[in-house]
Design a binder for this molecule. Structure first.
Ligand SMILES: Nc1ncnc2c1ncn2[C@@H]1O[C@H](COP(=O)(O)OP(=O)(O)O)[C@@H](O)[C@H]1O
Ligand SMILES: [Mg+2]
Length: 270
């Protein structure tokens, strides 16, 4: 049950989201209750089409809910807010702007002064390790570097909560996990709260404090796990027994939803 307390930065209460169709509706989210505390990294894990992007858009105030409400620091969201930063699934850099001015873009849009946005953009550029690419343009960067620019742009706006929609989904597995760890290191230093939606068991286990598993349509919360993996997380974590055990738990949870024995699945995927 969701009980609001002062420490929840995000409190999703009984949220249902339906998309109208010609005759009827698609229920994308059903009665979602989810609380995130200050400084936590929480992943929402689920198969394609289960409603992850919808949940993220609802939390960011980009889509109205059908029922329920989303509270941010105890206040109901009624539309987009500068308190919520969004890192989209697709590359969202602006090709005609330099890296530095891509990072400054979000601040410019929300009325931060020119000098202040230049100062913060430079700081974030250094923080994400792209100092020498300040004047480069996005086409001169790798996909991973472009996503770092997108993350820097959001961090520079100093939101209370950052929501990310499969931010490294288009990258190869190794780069994805490495960038994820870099991101984790960054947010730990900045102290931001993160809600990460992903279909990747590996990513959710490696990066989160808590993993919330969504069932396939209609998206409902199936289980919520506190991640029993020691910190700091590193690439070495991937070889640990606790990581192997926990990813197996997540596998089993996802597979049970499909009515498949986890032991079958492991052998099918091997
Ligand atoms: N704008 C929309 N109009 C109608 N149906 C939608 C819309 N966006 C998503 N859906 C449907 O809602 C469900 C959840 O979609 P989505 O949130 O994109 O899932 P995910 O991000 O987990 O893949 C899907 O069945 C999808 O077809
Ligand atoms: Mg999606």
């Amino acid at each position: 049950m969701s009980v609001a307390t002062g420490r929840h930065i995000l409190d999703v209460r009984g949220v249902t989201k339906e998309y109208p169709l010609k005759n009827g509706a698609v229920v994308a989210l059903q009665d979602i209750n989810l609380q995130v505390d200050q400084g936590q990294v929480v992943s929402v894990l689920g198969p394609s089409g289960c409603g992850k992007t919808t949940l993220l858009e609802v939390i960011a105030g980009l889509r109205p809910v059908t029922r329920g409400q989303v509270l941010l620091q105890g206040t109901a969201m009624t539309g987009p807010s500068t308190k919520v930063g969004i890192v989209f699934q697709q590359d969202s850099t602006l090709p005609w702007r330099s890296v530095l001015s891509n990072i400054a873009f979000g601040m410019e849009m929300t009325g931060v002064s020119r000098s202040e946005s230049a100062r913060r953009a430079k700081e974030m550029l250094d923080l994400v390790g792209l100092t020498e690419f300040a004047d480069a343009h996005p086409h001169q960067l790798s996909g991973g570097m472009r996503q770092r620019v997108a993350v820097a742009r959001v961090l520079a706006m100093e939101p209370e909560l950052i929501v990310m929609d499969e931010p490294f989904g288009a990258l190869d597995e190794q780069t994805r996990l490495r960038l994820g760890l870099e991101l984790l290191d960054l947010v730990t230093r900045v102290g931001t709260t993160i809600l990460l939606v992903t279909h990747s068991i590996q990513e959710s286990a490696l990066l989160s404090d808590r993993v919330v598993v969504l069932s396939a349509r209609p998206g409902a919360i199936r289980e919520s796990f506190d991640v029993p993996i020691a910190k700091p997380r590193t690439l070495g974590t991937l070889a640990s027994t606790e990581y192997a055990r926990f990813t197996h738990t997540l596998w089993s949870c996802l597979m049970e939803m499909e009515g498949v024995e986890s032991s079958n699945v492991v052998s099918v995927r091997a």
